[in-house]
Design a protein around this ligand. Sequence first.
Ligand code: PLP
Length: 424
Amino acid sequence: MVNSFDIIPKYWYNIIPDLPKPLPPPRDPQDAEFSRIDLLRKILPKEVLRQEFTIERFVKIPDEVRDRYINIGRPTPLIRARRLEEYLKTPARIYFKYEGATPTGSHKINTAIPQAYFAANEGVSHVTTETGAGQWGTAVALAASMYDLESTIFMVRVSYEHKPMRRTIMELYGAKVHASPTDLTEFGRKILKEDSRHPGSLGIAMSEAIEYALENNYRYLVGSVLDVVILHQSIIGMESINQLEALGEEPDTIIGCVGGGSNFGGFTYPFIGTKRGKKYIAVGSSEVPKFSKGKYEYDFPDSAGLLPLVKMITLGKDFIPPPIYSGGLRYHGVAPTLSLLVKEKVVEWREYTEEEIYNSAKIFMKTQGIIPAPESAHAIKAAIDEALEAKKTNDKKVILVNVSGHGLLDLSNYESMKNRVMKK
Ligand SMILES: Cc1ncc(COP(=O)(O)O)c(C=O)c1O
């Protein structure tokens, strides 16, 4: 079926029916004073909620959304990293899918567009969300502006102060950006009362965005972890399958980085579901060690516990990453489908330190010229290690890696990483 698609598919792929075991469903906490599942109905656009629970293997991409994908430059390039191969002296062939080519610089736009489209179709006038470093906020700001929706973004205060350029981009797209905690929500006011200079956190910003949406009958757009987000992101893997086929290549090892799991799932699931490829590697950060130290249990996706409990590999909803760490991938959990695939040993995992990913980013810049997002540099590090491993056995395998974003607005991260690495 996939073979006949144009490079940009007409369907998103949903891995749920093809999982090796049934996915444990989201649930309400016992003795909960309110139902989180009911709350989900009030905050998500209806079609987004419907897709979250769909068991269809293929979900049609609305023509209007596919048109927008084309309009932002999809399909994104699949590039053979020849200079990187030469530099590593590996017999392996390395290809990277470059999601940094979208206007907002990451894969996040792939789900922001359909979510904003569904919201607009349902007569919603205003959407909200949270953002940390600003990749997701930027995607929502652009998608909202495409459909003439107003958007309010709760940006973690420290990022708001340290990432003024991402804030400017969101504002240029027409979003209202607030440093969270704000005095616009009850939750924010409570935090500010305790500490008027609170630096904020993703969990707090998420709770504020949800509360603000509920209060005003706006809708909340979700950036990762949930199944519907990975469904939309499957555009990455579906395109890659078509692009590889056009080149006559068969993939062996497929690699992506993991924050909540959306770019990894979007990239690898269409391969996993159609039994393409032999090895799948999910890469996290040693500083946020969810794969090595996390537990597989029911936990809240957000720190305030407003969303339903989901079964996932998690460090706990209150996990705080080390303050002096700039590599991204700070989220405490792993999407439920990916957690299950890791537990079932379909997907392997790796974790790398800030120093390792910094050095890999430098190699990628030297050989391919692209400054990767710090998040994506984790996946690049794994691709380099796999290519070096292949050298030992003269294995001519094909390695695919998703470069989920560019790092042009993360230069302050690289600056601080550079300073720390140099001091060692
Ligand atoms: C460029 C980039 N890559 C990866 C991630 C990790 O998120 P996810 O695992 O949902 O793809 C982020 C998160 O903001 C990101 O901005």
